[in-house]
Design a protein around this ligand. Structure first.
Ligand SMILES: [Fe+2]
Ligand SMILES: [Fe+2]
Length: 244
């Protein structure tokens, strides 16, 4: 039994839960001002990758449970893209073909091994936690809040899932190297978060979040996530979601 057996069960339970609950009622109209539409379109692109690269890298590790969990994780991200596309349609908007921030992110991740890819992915997940929380709480539109809340609940599970694999990945890394990695990780996190606040500034303003507030928020979430990677007493079970 691997550390990921529980996670396989959790991902399977989520599939069942989604089936039982069904989709939000997308026949309603979503009222989204233009900056929110532009912002959601960009996040929709980010959620829509096929994950083939990550699945291929996960399959080299020999942990069948982890491989199965990664497949279901990728399916959840694709479901986010589907929900956001339906939300945009309810607002009378379309999806976009691509965005440069996503192109940079995808190219960067492809060039890396599993551990480094997960480090970059964790940054994206933590930024997403801050973003969907702001969208859920600040949009003022019931359908938008419902979709953002559902996606947020998944992202809250994704963070400890990646943290567990990263903890295993760094288990034999000397403490001094780990400290260096942590420093570089923070630099990347701050750089990515500032890029997002710059790119999504008008939308964040509509949501009642200042750029500075967003950076502080994401930094706090990242600190919690890092403690999950480092602290071995932290069990990182599926029930331990991060960032409500
Ligand atoms: Fe997602
Ligand atoms: Fe995610």
């Amino acid at each position: 039994m691997s550390a990921f057996t529980e996670w396989v069960r959790d991902f399977e339970a989520q599939v069942e839960r989604r089936r039982a609950v069904g989709d939000p009622d997308f026949t309603r109209t979503a009222h989204m001002p233009a900056p929110i539409v532009a912002s959601v379109q960009r996040f929709q692109v980010g959620e829509s990758g096929d994950g083939a690269n990550l699945i291929a890298k996960a399959s080299t590790g020999g942990d069948a449970d982890y491989q199965a969990a990664v497949r279901m994780f990728v399916a959840e991200e694709q479901n986010h893209a589907r929900l956001l596309a339906l939300l945009l349609a309810s607002a009378g908007a379309t999806t976009i073909g691509g965005h440069w921030t996503d192109a940079v992110f995808v190219r960067l991740r492809r060039a890396l091994g599993l551990r480094l890819e997960l480090m970059v992915l964790l940054i994206a997940e933590v930024v997403a936690l801050g973003y969907y929380r702001a969208l859920r709480d600040g949009s003022g539109d019931p359908l938008t809040s419902e979709v953002a809340g559902r996606i947020l609940a998944d992202e809250q599970r994704h963070v400890p899932f990646h943290c567990l694999r990263l903890r295993e990945g760094f288990a034999r890394t000397p403490a001094v190297v780990r400290r260096l990695v942590r420093g570089i990780w923070w630099v990347l996190l701050v750089g990515a978060t500032i890029t997002v606040t710059w790119d999504h500034g008008p939308a964040l303003r509509h949501l009642g979040v200042t750029r500075r507030g967003f950076v502080v928020d994401v930094a706090g979430l990242f600190r919690t996530a890092l403690s999950g990677v480092q602290d071995r007493r932290n069990s990182l079970l599926p029930s331990q979601t991060i960032g409500s």
